[in-house]
Design a binder for this molecule. Structure first.
Ligand SMILES: [Zn+2]
Length: 221
């Protein structure tokens, strides 16, 4: 077992293991935890620890899903506080920290994506309330999607779908997609009347469109 720092806390009720991007391990445990329980916990996590440390060594430049990872959130940058423990996954924002607690990486990523989806829904709603009067149309339904290849779409029945990954780009680019899909409620194509509407609603849409296209390649959590 690689070396780790043991932190006992009277407030803590579960065991929690953290590995930061430099490979340092910290084990947070309730104050009265027995050494045998600590060893059993570490044994259960041994494969994950080995895999994570190996990946940190192999690809130090590639962001690894580990404690301390920077996460984009519109115009802000949040820092991932990742903690592995048993029980229901939890995500909680605490200032600039995004605290994720889950049993393993798959669950942690899932919980994080769910949290981002909810945030996207909230933000999209607020921005649609802002832009719908400017466009003069409102969607019938808003759907949060997770497509890898598109930011948004607008169905003939008035459903606007938005990619939750829009939370990973600056807020003014999220706005561009909102305006774009709302304008499709007037013009369901990309011909001149559509771009005329876009120019009316968002005079600088062209630069935002190009910036959004460039940020598309860096999209992952
Ligand atoms: Zn379009």
């Amino acid at each position: 077992m690689p070396p780790y720092a043991l932190v006992r806390s009277r407030k803590r009720r579960t065991l929690c293991l953290q590995i930061n991007p430099s490979g340092a391990m910290r084990l947070l445990v309730p104050a009265a935890t027995q050494q045998a329980d600590i060893e059993a916990f570490l044994k259960a996590k041994a494969r994950w620890i080995e895999r994570t440390l190996k990946r940190l060594n192999e690809a130090p430049r590639v962001p690894v899903f580990a404690d301390g990872l920077s996460l984009r959130y519109l115009d802000e940058t949040l820092q991932l506080r990742l903690c592995y423990r048993s029980g229901t996954p939890e995500v909680r924002r605490d200032g600039e920290l995004l605290r994720v607690a889950a049993a393993n990486e798959v669950q942690a990523r899932g919980a994080l994506e769910f949290w981002y989806r909810e945030a996207a829904r909230h933000h999209a709603l607020a921005r649609i309330i802002h832009y719908a009067p400017l466009v003069g149309r409102a969607p019938k339904r808003i759907r949060i999607a997770g497509q890898k290849t598109r930011w948004g779409s607008c169905s003939p029945h008035g459903t606007i779908s938005l990619n939750w990954r829009l939370m990973l780009v600056p807020a003014d680019l999220f706005d561009y997609v909102i305006a774009h899909e709302l304008c499709h409620l007037i013009a369901p194509h990309h011909r001149t009347p559509f771009w005329r509407e876009m120019g009316r609603v968002m005079p600088d849409y062209e630069t935002r469109r190009l910036r959004l296209r460039e940020s598309g390649t860096r999209l992952s959590l």
